[in-house]
Every structure is written in C-alpha cells, then in structure tokens.
Ligand binder design. Structure first.
Ligand SMILES: [Fe+2]
Length: 315
C-alpha cells in the first residue's frame, strides 16, 4: 500500500486542521472555496506570464483554458459547477476516515428517524430499502405526466432559465422542451431508438406544488435537517451519469421511484491508497444516501428499463 512521505502527510494534516478551525469559527465553506478559486486564478496567471516569457505556447493555451474555467466557476457562486476540474482543483482535502474499510453500502430495512440518526451524517453510502414504495409517485409518475405538466403550465420552460439547472448528461436533448417534444417511439425507447437520460429541478411554483403531492421528503431524515427549496427529477434509459463529484452544500438523498440503477462510487484521489471503488444496485422503492461531494459517482440504468428518481439534499 502506497503511503505519502511524512513531510507531505504533515502538511496535509496541518492544512486540514486550519480549514476545520476556520469553518468552526464561522467561515462559510463557500467563502473558503472562493479563496481557493482566487488562489488558483493567481497561480494560473503566473503560469501564463511564465509561459509567455519562455515561449511555451501549449502551456499558455492550458493557462487560458483554466482561466476561463475559473471565471465559469466564480459565476456559479456555490451552485453546480460548469467544470468539474475547477471543483476538483479547489475543493478542501478530504479526511479519508469517511471511506476506510467501506466495501459496500450500509443497507437498512424498516428504518425510523431514531434508528437512522447514527448514520445520517456519516458520509457512508447507505440504501434504505423499500422506504418510498408507498409514495403516490411510484404508481403515477411517468414521462407523460411530466410532459402534460410542462406543456400545460404557462412559463414552465422559462422557469428553468431562472436558476434551476437542466442536465442532459450524454443525451442529444438540450432543453426540457426538446425532451417533451421528442417522437413517442423515442420517448418510449422502442427498439432501434436512441436512448436518452436527463435531469432538472422543478423551479416553477405551480409545478413544484403539484409534484409534491406525489412524494414527501423521506421521514427518517433528521428533524433538524435543512432542505433545499426544490427537488430534482432524473429520468430516462440506459445512459446515466459519468463519474463526477457534486458541487452542492449538503448530503444527497435520491428516491428510486421507477426502475433500478447501478451506482459506481469511488473515493477522492487523496484517499485512493486506503479506500476502494464500489458498485451497487438501487432498486425500485429504495432511497440511496451519499455524500456526493466526496464520493465520485457514476450511474447506469439496465437496458430496456425506465428509471425515474426524485433527488434532493439534506444537511
Ligand atoms: Fe451527481
């Protein structure tokens, strides 16, 4: 097993302790992140100047690219990043205790708020089995239901331009409007049709009020937890998400309303030498909980299956 030299481990421990102290004394993680971004920005500027001096054009091009990534990230102000490289380069180092000896998710049955409390903020991967099978959403959520909602609500598509993100993953559908206007054969993933998979946040107040009649935030989550103003929907076939970290302020929960999903999760690079990559399935009716800020994660949907999930955060 590879271990870092003592000097590097000492510097890493020191840095982690400074970060922890600053956050305990009231420094917001967002501000800390902005500090890292500015430092990174200055570093890139130095690289550019030196590149010009020594005439290293490729290095200069690299610097310019990084510069624009930083600007993108700054514009995001602690929302999901436009570029994961910037997030990876600027995030605080993780304490590997969160992933040491984790070889599979913690699987819980018949969980209550009380029994869940000891796992709630552990940052370990957790599956709470069959905890949302009673949701009205599990019977009634479908592509057609969301299509009707968005097509019949005035200003529905515009609401996505005001802060709710649309993610097309590797699909060739670039707006929610395109998703709901695709041919029926493709929407149903009939033989020979290109698979698709997308996700978005329900920002429109009328749509949000309607969809919330079909599900609840899982009742086993801590009573004192904070939740975001809306939830995200992810649905589609086969594609899933490529390996990435999330740039979010809280832990993630995701309810598997329809179908199942294969998750692959991996520790952050600084914990590679003590932690492992893991694969697991989340089945219909389950809730998966994961600290997606420090667990790299990718998802894949089994062929021919339609997957629909409701996702949000708690913290
Ligand atoms: Fe994610």
């Amino acid at each position: 097993m590879h271990r870092l030299p003592i000097s590097k481990r000492f510097v890493r421990r020191k840095l982690r302790s400074i970060q922890r102290n600053a956050i305990e004394k009231g420094l917001k993680p967002c501000v800390l992140k902005q500090f890292y971004i500015s430092t990174f920005y200055e570093f890139i500027n130095i690289i550019i100047k030196r590149s010009i001096l020594v005439g290293l054009l490729p290095l200069c091009v690299f610097g310019v690219l990084c510069n624009s990534w930083v600007h993108f990230s700054e514009a995001g102000r602690c929302l999901l990043p436009s570029n994961y490289l910037v997030w990876e380069a600027t995030r605080p180092l993780a304490d590997c205790a969160y992933c040491v000896n984790v070889t599979k998710p913690i699987v819980l049955w018949n969980v209550t708020r009380h029994s869940f409390a000891r796992y709630a903020y552990s940052s370990k991967p957790i599956i709470v089995k069959k905890s949302i099978s009673h949701w009205k959403a599990s019977k009634e959520f479908s592509y057609d239901l969301f299509k009707r909602l968005y097509q019949q609500t005035e200003g529905s598509y515009e609401s996505l331009e005001d802060g709710c993100q649309f993610l097309n993953f590797k699909s060739d559908l670039f707006t929610l409007k395109e998703v709901f206007e695709m041919p029926t054969a493709r929407a149903r993933n009939e033989p020979g049709q290109e698979p698709w998979y997308v996700g978005w946040g329900n920002c429109h107040p009328d749509i949000l009020a309607k969809v919330r009649q079909y599900y609840d935030v899982p009742e086993f989550l801590p009573e004192t937890a904070e939740f975001p103003a809306t939830e995200n929907i992810f649905f589609g076939y086969e594609i899933g998400a490529v390996m990435h970290l999330d740039y979010i302020p809280r832990l993630m929960w995701q309810g598997q309303v329809k179908g199942s999903k294969l998750w692959t999760i991996a520790p952050v690079p600084e914990c590679d030498h003590v932690c492992n990559k893991i694969n697991f399935y989340v089945e219909e009716g389950d809730v998966v909980l994961l600290d997606t800020r420090i667990w790299y994660h990718a998802t894949r949907i089994p062929k021919k299956q339609f997957s629909l999930t409701v996702q949000s955060e708690y913290g």
